[in-house]
Design a protein around this ligand. Structure first.
Ligand code: 21W
Length: 249
């Protein structure tokens, strides 16, 4: 997959991609990430990329000419049909579903804004889709672009070890993780749940699924309400609710 990022801070992108799963995906040639700086598309001595908003008020708006020129230059280096995506707080929420969808494409153009963002005519002329990474206020689109790149990169075939990729679509899909423990067996006076030391793999699997279901129910009921659980997970949930005297509907 090829990704281009339009950004006024290209070092933020390059500097973050050399590590861990994403770094390995780049090394293995599964992913390439390039940047385009709109400042390279200015012609005035001050290399101006922002200007005051029509209608007045606080904040600055990204000037349309250098932004659209940068978008066109970067898009020209990507496979035909690569979507031009603007990271924007006004966008559709980015979730695992969007990550899966984007991971199936040959190329992505990510546009990171700064200040109050793009001139709306650039959105009209040069953007196919807007994505937000959540309901909090950031100072620009570079961290959201990196979030999208990270979430997509780890879904590319070969990016994870074989052992790890198969865990993803297992019996606990769509649930929060179960608790993890490693040596020592007693740490600062705290032990490890006995079942994990038992060597009984069926019991361990069952305990992990119960933990995942109970945590998801307690901490993120929205995940259970909104999604289909595996038949095994549904059974565990019904047993948990019955044991707590919660009436099922
Ligand atoms: C944040 C720019 C807030 C402007 C009403 C009118 C990209 C982002 C961003 C940013 C404002 C994403 C105002 C989650 C994010 C991003 C920069 C609004 C005041 N209010 N996902 N003007 N959150 N944010 N400024 O912030 O570029 S994806």
């Amino acid at each position: 997959m090829k990704i281009q990022v339009v950004t006024l801070f290209p070092e933020m992108i390059g500097g973050a991609l050399g590590f861990g799963v994403v770094g390995r995906a780049v090394e293995r040639g599964l992913l390439s990430v390039g940047t385009e700086d709109p400042r390279a598309h200015t012609s005035d001595v001050h290399r101006t990329v922002d200007d005051r908003p029509y209608g007045g008020g606080p904040g600055m708006v990204l000037k349309p000419e250098p932004m659209l020129a940068a978008i066109r230059a970067a898009h020209g280096r990507l496979p035909q049909g690569s979507p031009r995506i603007y990271l924007s707080a006004q966008g559709e929420s980015f979730g695992q579903g969007q990550a899966r969808e984007l991971a199936g494409l040959a190329g992505l153009l990510l546009v990171a804004g700064r200040y109050e963002g793009l001139d709306e005519r650039v959105v009209e002329l040069g953007i196919d889709r807007e994505l937000s990474i959540g309901d909090y206020v950031l100072s620009g689109g570079e961290l959201p672009a990196l979030v999208v790149i990270d979430a997509v990169a780890r879904l590319l075939p070969g990016a994870l070890g074989d052992a790890r990729s198969s865990v993803e679509d297992s019996f606990a899909a769509g649930l929060l993780d179960w608790p993890h423990y490693t040596r020592p067996e007693v740490f600062e006076g705290l032990g490890v749940p006995q079942v994990l030391l038992s060597g009984n793999h069926a019991d361990i699997r069952r305990w992990r699924l119960e933990q995942a279901v109970a945590r998801t129910w307690a901490r993120r009921p929205d995940l259970i309400a909104g999604r289909e659980l595996s038949s095994e997970a549904s059974r565990v949930l019904n047993e948990l609710l019955a044991a707590r005297g919660v009436r099922s509907r």
